[in-house]
Design a protein around this ligand. Structure first.
Ligand SMILES: Nc1ncnc2c1ncn2[C@@H]1O[C@H](COP(=O)(O)OP(=O)(O)OP(=O)(O)O)[C@@H](O)[C@H]1O
Ligand SMILES: [Mg+2]
Length: 344
């Protein structure tokens, strides 16, 4: 699989589809990246000196409320905005070498304005491919390939104004992929889409990574999106990255899983507390009139021994539920505020 000249695993080149994709361990490495805006109302520190790393082949979600600094971060990394401070290597090139960076990245902006009425999907893709400097046959091949990947092949003769929200977003992503970038920035790829179109777009984004090796850094303020789509989530608030880990690891840090066991005899359940505590590493133990509520680190492994001690104590559960903390609990524990408030 590896070409003979590749000795270390730090840089691995191989061919996927029609383009050669270079894989590095780090696709983005930013240090102390900051951006301050001067406005009439005064200075705004949109991004306050962040360190950020994205590995090749990762899908990383930048999650945060409105105004957290997500778009500003993405625009700096995509060379569209000059940082006030800090440095970054993006797709193997220093951010200051913007042309070299741009050759290797695609950028899909937050939802913008309406397209002009006469613009036809296939023609627009072709025009944009030609603007990337491709010959006509190369541009046609690239458009065919990318339209196929994003399920747009049957829509090439459609006017952009006639597309549904989900189709339009897939077209936006197709535009960002025409020059076969190794790294794709997606700013709120699914905002405003219905749940089905959102799930469909997630699938396409996963395929870009799984089948074509594209690294993806996306922003979102949808908790479900960060959770379902990202290998790793960076939580951003007020210009800072306040947490950075796999979604499950972030959730595990917060409060553990909650096991709720419906019980007809709460007095018996209360008497079994000592046995329950012995059976599982219990963080909290509460008995209500109808249920035994136990917080443990991992509900799936704690449940079987817990049920065994309850059975020995003569407690017959009427119902059992294991609830895991959400990314909202993570945000709440970090900031004291809920992300849900800004999540529509
Ligand atoms: N060009 C600009 N001039 C002045 N202030 C700006 C500019 N761009 C962004 N800001 C400010 O910087 C802060 C961060 O904005 P940014 O767009 O990065 O947030 P965001 O996390 O993308 O939010 P959203 O979820 O609403 O898209 C905000 O306070 C915003 O008002
Ligand atoms: Mg934004």
């Amino acid at each position: 699989m590896l070409p003979p000249n590749v000795k270390s695993r730090s840089v691995v080149h191989f061919r996927v589809g029609s383009g050669t994709l270079g894989f590095m361990v780090e696709m983005i490495a930013a240090r102390g990246l900051a951006r301050r805006f001067k406005t009439k109302a005064g200075l705004v520190d949109a991004v306050r000196g962040i360190d950020l790393t994205v590995g090749a082949g990762e899908i990383v979600g930048l999650l945060g409320p409105n105004g957290a600094g997500k778009t500003t971060t993405l625009r700096m990394l995509a060379t569209l905005l000059t940082p006030s401070a800090g440095t970054a290597i993006v797709a193997g090139n220093d951010l200051r070498k913007s042309r070299a960076v741009r050759r290797n990245i695609g950028y899909v902006a937050q939802v913008g304005g309406l397209p002009s009425p006469g613009t036809v999907l296939g023609e627009e893709l072709l025009t944009q491919a030609r603007l990337h400097g491709m010959s006509r046959p190369d541009a046609e091949a690239s458009v065919l390939d990318i339209a196929g990947r994003l399920d747009l092949a049957g829509l090439r003769k459609r006017a952009l104004v006639e597309l549904s929200g989900g189709q339009r977003r897939r077209f936006d992503i197709a535009l960002g992929l025409l020059h076969s970038p190794r790294l794709l920035f997606l700013d709120e790829p699914t905002t405003g889409l219905d749940p089905q179109s959102r799930a469909n777009l997630w699938q396409h984004i996963r395929e870009l990574r799984d089948d074509h090796g594209v690294t993806v850094l996306l922003t979102t303020h949808y908790l479900e999106e960060a959770d379902a789509l990202s290998d790793r989530v960076m939580v951003m608030d007020d210009g800072r990255i306040i947490a950075d880990d796999k979604p499950d690891a972030l959730k595990a840090r917060v409060s553990g899983d909650v096991i709720t066991i419906g019980v007809p005899q709460p007095d018996v359940a209360a008497r079994s507390e000592a046995a329950v505590r012995e059976a599982a590493a219990v963080r909290h133990f509460t008995v209500t009139d109808t249920a035994l509520i136990v917080t443990v680190e991992d509900g799936t492994t704690a449940l079987p021994p817990l049920l065994r001690v309850l059975e020995s104590a003569g407690v017959r559960p009427a119902s059992i539920a294991v609830t895991r903390p959400t990314l909202d609990d993570v945000f709440l524990s970090l900031t004291g505020r809920s992300l849900r408030e800004g999540d529509q």
